[in-house]
Design a protein around this ligand. Structure first.
Ligand code: ARG
Length: 487
């Protein structure tokens, strides 16, 4: 069961965008009492949010159901009215789910669409539902429920992706590739070690989501428009019904701040930055210039003009979509920054960036989790690349240090050897012992055992280092901790 009390997966796809009905020029509004004329059609179209906030329908019905039950508990509503409301909302739930519900633009938003449908269905009692409540605390509640569900969903998808990386790391523990700094070949590393680096990034992202959930999981309902309400609401009961950890402390704050959404989208943006970095690597690695990996054909596309092309569209789009999510974060930050307390209509604009960040992060995680297990690591190419670029020069210096030379002198001697090898167009290991000894008399025949790729890797035995034994230990630790990771 998810937080909003239904069994099916929430948000497994966009809700059908139902066409809005042709609207009469003047229609009675739920708030129309003090108005002498109907809303201008331009304004109606400009101010409506139902075209996008209908996505909050599950949360809205869950919130209204809890509110109605509470109103009956505290004696504001009769038990019969509350029962009618709860049953009516359940029927509307079914209608929306089956795509039969008719959303009306004139009713502005998801909240008034559902309330109007309820009254149409059950009469008088439906008009009592909004007692002690405002759309301001209602929408803040819906959004917090939404963010909470989105976090739970993304946390699971990230855990699945982290597991895929762990499997890949295990498969490629012994695969040697060049490690880079400045995108120059630096030192050989295990391909599996590189996958575990990616995994660390998204596990921190996951932890950020879970941390943000704590602050999102606080109930605003009961704050009413901004000041609280005259009815003896039992906010703690509503919180408990909806699975909130606490009730908000201050009504002005609760209806107006969207920092919980900003935190969520911020975590999405940072996650996307990580996925974008991986994507950049996959794009480079799958280019024939590197040739480190082959992406599965079913995750690539061709060119309409160049028959030889196989393009890495999936990682390119993930890299591109990271820009969207960073934009979503920026939109929310700027949306918030000029707002005086308490609620302002500006906040209606929070939804599209929030939904977009959620959908984009979700889609990127899922497509990468599906693709990664089928990437073919070109082990020979990776190894050959690692053998280029003097990637074991540090090992020569470390060898001299072990023979007693201070590291700075060893570094210098080794640098001269590299310069000589560059001149000769040879790798260090291809120089003769005679040649090597020109740079330090401490070099003896055993040097060749120390400057192989395997020896270089195996020597990096520090905790968290790239020696295959360390990579295997890291995988074992990750597997032992896994129940914790997958919640
Ligand atoms: N559609 C509005 C939103 O998304 C709901 C709250 C409207 N409140 C109001 N006082 N107009 O924020």
């Amino acid at each position: 069961m998810n937080a909003t009390g239904s069994n099916e997966t929430p948000y497994s796809g966009a809700d059908p965008k139902l066409p809005t009905q042709p609207q009469p020029k003047i229609q009675a509004k739920l708030w129309g009492g003090r108005f002498a004329e109907g809303t201008d059609a331009l304004v109606e179209a400009f101010t409506e949010s139902v075209s996008f906030d209908q996505r909050l329908w599950r949360q809205d019905i869950a919130g209204s159901t809890a509110h109605a039950r509470m109103l009956a508990n505290v004696g504001v509503l009769s038990a019969a009215d509350a029962d009618a409301i709860v049953a009516g909302l359940a029927a509307i739930h079914g209608e929306i789910e089956s795509g039969k519900f008719e959303w009306q633009q004139t009713l502005e938003d998801v909240h008034m669409n559902i309330e109007a449908a309820l009254t149409a269905r059950i009469g008088e009692a439906g008009k009592r539902l909004h007692t002690g409540r405002s759309r301001n605390d209602q929408v803040a509640t819906d959004l917090r429920l939404y963010v909470r569900d989105a976090i739970d969903e993304l946390a699971d998808v990230i855990a699945a992706l982290a597991d895929a990386l762990l499997d890949l790391a295990e498969r490629e523990t012994e695969t040697i590739m060049p490690g880079f700094t400045h995108l120059q070949i630096a030192q050989p590393v295990s391909f599996g070690h590189h996958m575990l680096a990616w995994r660390e990034q998204i596990l921190r992202d996951r932890a950020r989501f879970i941390d943000a959930r704590k602050r999102a999981n606080v109930l605003p309902l009961g704050s009413a428009a901004l000041a609280g309400t005259v009815y003896p609401l039992d906010r703690h009961f509503v919180a408990q019904q909806l699975g909130f950890d606490a009730v908000s402390e201050n009504s002005l704050d609760a209806v107006s701040d969207r920092d919980f959404a900003i935190e969520f989208v911020s975590a999405c943006a940072l996650l996307m930055v990580h996925l974008s970095r991986w994507s950049e690597e996959l794009i480079l690695w799958s280019s024939p210039m590197f040739g480190f990996v082959k992406l599965p054909d079913r995750f690539c596309t061709g060119s309409s003009i160049m028959p030889q092309k196989k393009n890495p569209d999936v990682p390119e789009l993930v890299r591109g979509k990271s820009g969207r999510v960073i934009g979503d974060l920026n939109a929310l930050l700027v949306l918030m920054k000029g707002q005086p307390l308490a609620y302002n209509r500006d906040n209606q604009e929070d939804k599209l960036p929030l939904f977009d960040a959620h959908d984009t992060a979700n889609a990127c995680l899922r497509v990468l989790a599906a693709m990664l297990p089928s990437i073919e690591v070109q082990r020979a190419t990776c190894r050959a690349a690692a053998a280029k670029g003097f990637s074991t020069a540090t090992d020569l210096a470390d060898y001299l240090v072990r023979k007693g030379l201070p590291f700075r002198d060893a570094h210098h001697a080794c640098g001269s050897a590299v310069a000589y090898a560059v001149e000769k167009q040879l790798d260090l290991a291809e120089l003769s012992l005679d040649e090597l000894q020109r740079f330090s008399p401490l070099i003896t025949a055993d040097i060749f055992e120390h400057i192989t790729l395997e020896a270089s890797l195996a020597a990096r035995q520090t905790y968290g280092g790239t020696a295959p034994a360390q990579v295997r230990a890291a995988i074992a630790r990750a597997r032992a901790a896994e129940p914790d990771v997958s919640r």
